[in-house]
Write a new protein. Structure first.
Ligand SMILES: *Cc1c(COP(=O)(O)O)cnc(C)c1O
Length: 384
């Protein structure tokens, strides 16, 4: 991204407006005041741009919005109090009762519940498809389909969708397209370059503050603002926007470090006798590797492996031997994490209970990769 440094240092930062402070101020206010009635009237014509009330527009949040839109190459962006709020606002804005959504199979768990539990109650139906096949996506489109919802790479096993082929199909069939881009981040993948209309992030991950983002054209952002954004009111606090702006300054450095360390550990794991397979977009045996190289410039710190364990007890012992990796969901911070799917195996009412029990999702953070390898090597030892 040629303008990345410009975006992170300058975009949106009108320092003259706040005493030439290098870091932006946290504009901690609910209200903005007006000098005249005419100003008052004029502001209400455009609450997205004018300063009226912080649920609509806050100057600290606006800086973050400008940077995120620039990073994704879209005209505008909205920020939310969580990724789930951003997903819900974007999806709900595209549909009404009677409509249908085509969604990649096994999306993020709360996106799955948005479609299966929440929107189903309001007469919006859905079909989950294997997103690796454009033919399968096409076959799932119905006359009432309004939205094609993607996650590329997808969660857990990192399958991709061909974004150019998906947008071509969506255009032909008059569908809106949305993608959850939390896994690749705008550093490694900009879906708007391939024509995706709505680019969503859980900023809780690599942006490293609990927040959500929707990036899109001005008309789509205005549409979401007028309805879901203002009525559901799941806004981001200006203090958190400040933290996110600060975190963005190091996003590229952090992503590159995670990416390099993950590749190093994947090479070592792939050669280890206790490892059955590695799921990673750039894995040498991944049939989608050429597609990954076409649409992503990196993968970050996430991948999963299946271990050659004979039973759940052996998997549990592996996790108990880990001392440096932390057991946790989520990712994107300093600390390297291991997510144990044997913990969910056969648990009732969990859609991930069918994920193989020998699967571990790793997030590689910013620690020394050699130090992390020592931990894995020590834990990957069990009787033959
Ligand atoms: C975490 C996550 C979300 C939800 O984000 P929150 O900030 O936790 O609400 C959505 N999509 C993906 C891919 C995620 O990993």
């Amino acid at each position: 991204m040629e303008d990345l440094d410009h975006i992170l240092t300058h975009q949106g930062e009108a320092r003259k407006n706040y005493f030439n402070a290098m870091a932006p101020p946290i504009v901690q206010t609910s209200n903005f005041v007006f000098d005249t009635l005419d100003d008052f009237r004029a502001a209400f014509v455009d609450e997205l741009s004018a300063h009226v009330y912080t649920r609509g527009n806050n100057p600290t949040n606006k800086i973050l919005r400008e940077k995120l839109a620039a990073l994704e190459g879209t005209e505008d962006a909205l920020v939310f109090g969580s990724g789930a709020a951003a997903v819900a606002a974007a999806v709900i804005a595209c549909v009404q009762s009677g409509d249908h959504i085509v969604c990649v199979q096994s999306p993020y768990s709360w996106t799955y519940k948005l479609l299966t539990l929440f929107l189903a109650r309001f007469g919006v139906s859905h079909t989950f498809v294997d997103g690796r096949s454009v033919a399968a996506i096409e076959a799932a489109i119905q006359p009432n389909t309004k939205l094609l919802y993607l996650e590329s790479p997808s969660s857990i096993t990192f399958e991709l969708q061909d974004l150019a082929a998906c947008t071509a199909l969506a255009k032909e069939r008059n569908l809106l397209t949305a993608i959850d881009n939390s896994y690749a981040s705008p550093i490694f993948q900009q879906p708007s370059r391939w024509g995706i209309a709505l680019v969503i992030h859980s900023g809780t991950k690599y942006i490293a503050v609990v927040l959500g983002v929707v990036c899109a054209s001005k008309p789509l952002i205005q549409k979401i603002f007028n309805s879901e954004y203002m009525t559901l009111g799941a806004i981001l606090s200006p203090s958190d926007a400040f933290l996110a702006i600060r975190g963005l300054r190091t996003l590229r450095l952090r992503m590159e470090r995670s990416d390099t360390s993950a590749r190093y550990l994947i090479d070592r794991l792939a050669a280890h006798p206790r490892v059955e397979r590695v799921n990673y977009p750039f894995a040498s045996d991944n049939p989608q590797r050429a597609l990954a190289e076409r649409q992503m410039s990196g993968a970050g710190g996430l991948f999963s492996v299946q271990l050659k364990a004979r039973n759940i007890a052996e998997m549990e012992a592996f996790f108990h031997r880990l001392e440096r990796f932390l057991l946790a969901v989520s990712w994107g911070g300093y600390e390297s994490l291991a997510l144990p799917f044997c913990a969910f195996y056969n648990v009732p009412n969990r859609e991930d209970s069918t994920i193989p029990w020998n699967l571990v999702r790793f997030y590689i953070g910013l620690e020394d990769p050699e130090w992390l390898w020592k931990d894995l090597e020590r834990a990957l030892v069990w009787p033959a």
